[in-house]
Design a protein around this ligand. Sequence first.
Ligand code: ADP
Ligand code: MG
Length: 238
Amino acid sequence: MATLQLDNIIKDFGSTRVLKGIDLEVKDREFVVFVGPSGCGKSTLLRTIAGLESASSGDIKINGQRVNEIGPAERGLAMVFQSYALYPHMSVEDNMGFSLRLAKVPRAERREKIRAAARILQLEELLDRKPRALSGGQRQRVAIGRAIVRNPSIFLFDEPLSNLDAALRVQMRIELTRLHHELNATMIYVTHDQVEAMTMADKIVVLQGGSVEQIGSPMELYHHPRNRFVAGFIGSPK
Ligand code: ADP
Ligand code: MG
Protein backbone atom coordinates (compact mmCIF):
# COMPACT_ATOMS: atom_id res chain seq x y z
CA MET A 1 0.00 0.00 0.00
CA ALA A 2 1.57 3.29 -1.10
CA THR A 3 -0.17 6.59 -1.64
CA LEU A 4 1.32 10.01 -2.16
CA GLN A 5 -0.21 13.39 -1.52
CA LEU A 6 1.26 16.77 -2.38
CA ASP A 7 -0.28 19.90 -0.88
CA ASN A 8 0.71 23.23 -2.37
CA ILE A 9 4.36 22.34 -2.97
CA ILE A 10 6.46 25.42 -3.64
CA LYS A 11 10.15 25.29 -4.51
CA ASP A 12 12.38 28.32 -4.88
CA PHE A 13 15.96 28.27 -6.10
CA GLY A 14 17.20 31.61 -4.82
CA SER A 15 14.72 34.17 -6.10
CA THR A 16 13.38 31.88 -8.84
CA ARG A 17 10.13 30.04 -8.12
CA VAL A 18 10.45 26.71 -9.94
CA LEU A 19 7.40 24.93 -8.43
CA LYS A 20 4.46 27.25 -7.97
CA GLY A 21 2.11 25.35 -5.68
CA ILE A 22 1.63 21.77 -6.83
CA ASP A 23 -1.34 19.74 -5.57
CA LEU A 24 -1.50 16.08 -6.45
CA GLU A 25 -2.89 12.79 -5.23
CA VAL A 26 -1.38 9.49 -6.31
CA LYS A 27 -3.34 6.38 -5.47
CA ASP A 28 -1.96 3.01 -4.49
CA ARG A 29 -0.60 1.15 -7.55
CA GLU A 30 -1.26 4.04 -9.87
CA PHE A 31 1.09 4.74 -12.78
CA VAL A 32 1.33 8.52 -12.86
CA VAL A 33 3.26 10.36 -15.57
CA PHE A 34 4.55 13.92 -15.24
CA VAL A 35 4.81 15.42 -18.69
CA GLY A 36 5.79 18.87 -19.90
CA PRO A 37 8.43 20.77 -21.83
CA SER A 38 12.04 20.96 -20.79
CA GLY A 39 12.58 23.24 -17.80
CA CYS A 40 8.98 23.11 -16.54
CA GLY A 41 10.01 21.58 -13.21
CA LYS A 42 9.45 17.83 -13.69
CA SER A 43 12.80 16.72 -12.28
CA THR A 44 12.61 19.22 -9.45
CA LEU A 45 9.19 17.90 -8.48
CA LEU A 46 10.40 14.30 -8.59
CA ARG A 47 13.52 15.14 -6.58
CA THR A 48 11.40 16.95 -4.02
CA ILE A 49 9.17 13.88 -3.66
CA ALA A 50 12.31 11.74 -3.30
CA GLY A 51 13.72 14.01 -0.60
CA LEU A 52 16.75 14.97 -2.70
CA GLU A 53 15.46 18.56 -2.63
CA SER A 54 13.51 20.06 0.23
CA ALA A 55 10.31 21.95 -0.60
CA SER A 56 10.32 25.65 0.26
CA SER A 57 6.79 25.16 1.56
CA GLY A 58 3.90 22.72 1.32
CA ASP A 59 3.30 19.20 2.55
CA ILE A 60 4.34 15.81 1.20
CA LYS A 61 2.49 12.82 2.60
CA ILE A 62 3.30 9.18 1.95
CA ASN A 63 0.61 6.80 3.16
CA GLY A 64 -0.94 9.74 4.97
CA GLN A 65 2.22 10.55 6.90
CA ARG A 66 4.01 13.87 6.53
CA VAL A 67 7.55 13.22 5.28
CA ASN A 68 8.89 16.75 4.72
CA GLU A 69 11.71 16.37 7.22
CA ILE A 70 12.55 12.76 6.34
CA GLY A 71 15.53 12.12 4.06
CA PRO A 72 15.64 10.00 0.90
CA ALA A 73 16.67 6.76 2.60
CA GLU A 74 13.73 6.73 5.00
CA ARG A 75 10.94 7.49 2.56
CA GLY A 76 10.67 3.99 1.11
CA LEU A 77 11.11 5.28 -2.44
CA ALA A 78 13.57 4.32 -5.15
CA MET A 79 14.58 6.58 -7.99
CA VAL A 80 15.81 5.57 -11.44
CA PHE A 81 17.79 8.23 -13.29
CA GLN A 82 18.18 9.02 -16.97
CA SER A 83 21.94 8.60 -16.72
CA TYR A 84 21.68 5.09 -15.10
CA ALA A 85 24.49 6.11 -12.69
CA LEU A 86 25.93 2.58 -12.52
CA TYR A 87 29.30 1.95 -10.86
CA PRO A 88 31.63 1.08 -13.76
CA HIS A 89 34.03 -1.08 -11.73
CA MET A 90 31.29 -3.25 -10.22
CA SER A 91 29.52 -6.24 -11.76
CA VAL A 92 25.81 -6.15 -12.53
CA GLU A 93 25.20 -8.21 -9.39
CA ASP A 94 27.21 -5.83 -7.19
CA ASN A 95 25.58 -2.79 -8.75
CA MET A 96 22.16 -4.23 -8.04
CA GLY A 97 23.07 -5.22 -4.49
CA PHE A 98 25.00 -2.13 -3.48
CA SER A 99 22.25 -0.39 -1.54
CA LEU A 100 21.41 -3.67 0.23
CA ARG A 101 25.04 -4.04 1.28
CA LEU A 102 25.01 -0.50 2.66
CA ALA A 103 21.86 -1.42 4.58
CA LYS A 104 23.72 -4.48 5.97
CA VAL A 105 21.32 -6.99 4.44
CA PRO A 106 22.91 -10.45 4.86
CA ARG A 107 24.64 -11.93 1.82
CA ALA A 108 22.23 -14.81 1.24
CA GLU A 109 19.22 -12.52 1.37
CA ARG A 110 20.95 -10.08 -0.94
CA ARG A 111 21.61 -12.81 -3.50
CA GLU A 112 18.02 -13.95 -3.36
CA LYS A 113 16.67 -10.45 -3.99
CA ILE A 114 19.13 -9.84 -6.82
CA ARG A 115 18.22 -13.17 -8.47
CA ALA A 116 14.52 -12.40 -8.23
CA ALA A 117 14.98 -8.95 -9.78
CA ALA A 118 17.31 -10.34 -12.46
CA ARG A 119 14.66 -12.89 -13.40
CA ILE A 120 11.99 -10.22 -13.83
CA LEU A 121 14.34 -8.07 -15.91
CA GLN A 122 15.93 -10.87 -17.94
CA LEU A 123 19.39 -10.12 -16.57
CA GLU A 124 20.10 -13.59 -15.12
CA GLU A 125 22.83 -14.38 -17.65
CA LEU A 126 24.52 -11.01 -17.21
CA LEU A 127 25.08 -10.81 -13.46
CA ASP A 128 28.88 -11.18 -13.72
CA ARG A 129 29.33 -8.55 -16.41
CA LYS A 130 30.60 -5.01 -15.95
CA PRO A 131 28.37 -2.17 -17.18
CA ARG A 132 30.68 -1.41 -20.13
CA ALA A 133 29.92 -4.87 -21.53
CA LEU A 134 26.18 -4.17 -21.63
CA SER A 135 23.94 -2.53 -24.19
CA GLY A 136 22.07 0.66 -23.34
CA GLY A 137 18.86 -1.24 -22.73
CA GLN A 138 20.61 -3.75 -20.46
CA ARG A 139 22.19 -0.93 -18.46
CA GLN A 140 18.82 0.67 -18.02
CA ARG A 141 17.47 -2.67 -16.78
CA VAL A 142 20.26 -2.86 -14.21
CA ALA A 143 19.37 0.65 -13.01
CA ILE A 144 15.76 -0.50 -12.64
CA GLY A 145 16.95 -3.69 -10.92
CA ARG A 146 18.80 -1.62 -8.39
CA ALA A 147 15.50 0.01 -7.50
CA ILE A 148 13.52 -3.27 -7.44
CA VAL A 149 15.79 -5.04 -4.93
CA ARG A 150 14.99 -2.37 -2.37
CA ASN A 151 11.32 -3.25 -2.59
CA PRO A 152 10.27 0.41 -2.56
CA SER A 153 6.72 1.51 -1.89
CA ILE A 154 6.97 3.99 -4.75
CA PHE A 155 9.19 3.98 -7.85
CA LEU A 156 10.32 7.32 -9.24
CA PHE A 157 11.60 7.40 -12.84
CA ASP A 158 13.23 10.49 -14.35
CA GLU A 159 13.20 10.12 -18.15
CA PRO A 160 14.67 6.61 -17.90
CA LEU A 161 14.37 5.86 -21.61
CA SER A 162 15.57 9.10 -23.16
CA ASN A 163 19.08 7.78 -23.85
CA LEU A 164 17.80 4.75 -25.76
CA ASP A 165 17.12 4.50 -29.46
CA ALA A 166 13.53 4.55 -30.68
CA ALA A 167 13.05 0.78 -31.11
CA LEU A 168 14.44 0.02 -27.67
CA ARG A 169 12.31 2.76 -26.14
CA VAL A 170 9.19 1.07 -27.44
CA GLN A 171 10.31 -2.29 -26.04
CA MET A 172 11.22 -0.83 -22.63
CA ARG A 173 7.90 1.00 -22.49
CA ILE A 174 6.12 -2.34 -22.77
CA GLU A 175 8.45 -3.91 -20.20
CA LEU A 176 7.91 -1.12 -17.70
CA THR A 177 4.15 -1.48 -18.05
CA ARG A 178 4.50 -5.22 -17.43
CA LEU A 179 6.75 -4.52 -14.44
CA HIS A 180 4.16 -2.16 -13.01
CA HIS A 181 1.57 -4.96 -13.02
CA GLU A 182 3.98 -7.64 -11.86
CA LEU A 183 5.28 -5.65 -8.88
CA ASN A 184 1.92 -4.14 -7.95
CA ALA A 185 3.83 -0.93 -7.34
CA THR A 186 2.99 2.74 -7.35
CA MET A 187 5.04 4.45 -10.04
CA ILE A 188 5.72 8.06 -10.89
CA TYR A 189 7.32 8.54 -14.26
CA VAL A 190 8.74 11.75 -15.73
CA THR A 191 9.00 12.26 -19.47
CA HIS A 192 8.83 14.99 -22.08
CA ASP A 193 7.61 12.37 -24.57
CA GLN A 194 3.86 12.58 -25.20
CA VAL A 195 3.71 9.07 -26.65
CA GLU A 196 5.22 7.57 -23.49
CA ALA A 197 2.73 9.51 -21.41
CA MET A 198 -0.27 8.48 -23.48
CA THR A 199 0.64 4.78 -23.63
CA MET A 200 1.90 4.16 -20.09
CA ALA A 201 -0.09 6.37 -17.74
CA ASP A 202 -3.15 5.71 -15.65
CA LYS A 203 -3.01 9.41 -14.88
CA ILE A 204 -1.11 12.22 -16.61
CA VAL A 205 -0.01 15.41 -14.87
CA VAL A 206 0.69 18.13 -17.46
CA LEU A 207 3.14 20.71 -16.15
CA GLN A 208 4.12 24.08 -17.56
CA GLY A 209 6.26 26.72 -15.94
CA GLY A 210 6.15 25.10 -12.50
CA SER A 211 2.36 24.76 -12.39
CA VAL A 212 -0.10 21.95 -13.12
CA GLU A 213 -2.04 22.68 -16.29
CA GLN A 214 -4.27 19.61 -16.06
CA ILE A 215 -4.49 16.20 -14.45
CA GLY A 216 -6.45 13.37 -16.00
CA SER A 217 -6.43 10.00 -17.72
CA PRO A 218 -4.88 9.91 -21.20
CA MET A 219 -8.35 9.79 -22.73
CA GLU A 220 -9.63 12.71 -20.65
CA LEU A 221 -6.70 14.87 -21.68
CA TYR A 222 -6.96 13.81 -25.28
CA HIS A 223 -10.69 14.40 -25.62
CA HIS A 224 -11.15 17.22 -23.11
CA PRO A 225 -7.96 19.28 -22.92
CA ARG A 226 -8.56 22.25 -20.64
CA ASN A 227 -6.65 24.70 -22.79
CA ARG A 228 -4.62 25.20 -25.92
CA PHE A 229 -1.36 24.24 -24.22
CA VAL A 230 -2.62 20.82 -23.13
CA ALA A 231 -4.27 20.24 -26.50
CA GLY A 232 -1.08 21.14 -28.35
CA PHE A 233 1.13 19.18 -26.06
CA ILE A 234 -0.86 15.97 -25.93
CA GLY A 235 -2.06 16.20 -29.52
CA SER A 236 1.10 17.08 -31.36
CA PRO A 237 3.65 14.44 -32.33
CA LYS A 238 7.11 14.61 -30.80
P1 ADP B 1 12.60 19.63 -16.23
O1 ADP B 1 13.03 18.39 -15.52
O2 ADP B 1 11.13 19.74 -16.45
O3 ADP B 1 13.34 19.85 -17.51
P2 ADP B 1 13.88 20.97 -14.00
O4 ADP B 1 13.08 20.56 -12.81
O5 ADP B 1 15.17 20.30 -14.20
O6 ADP B 1 12.96 20.90 -15.30
O7 ADP B 1 14.17 22.52 -13.92
C1 ADP B 1 13.13 23.48 -13.70
C2 ADP B 1 13.77 24.85 -13.57
O8 ADP B 1 14.51 24.92 -12.37
C3 ADP B 1 14.73 25.20 -14.69
O9 ADP B 1 14.57 26.54 -15.02
C4 ADP B 1 16.08 24.92 -14.07
O10 ADP B 1 17.07 25.75 -14.64
C5 ADP B 1 15.84 25.28 -12.62
N1 ADP B 1 16.71 24.52 -11.69
C6 ADP B 1 16.72 23.18 -11.55
N2 ADP B 1 17.61 22.79 -10.60
C7 ADP B 1 18.17 23.93 -10.13
C8 ADP B 1 19.14 24.22 -9.13
N3 ADP B 1 19.71 23.23 -8.42
N4 ADP B 1 19.47 25.51 -8.92
C9 ADP B 1 18.86 26.49 -9.63
N5 ADP B 1 17.93 26.29 -10.57
C10 ADP B 1 17.58 25.04 -10.83
MG1 MG C 1 14.34 16.87 -16.07
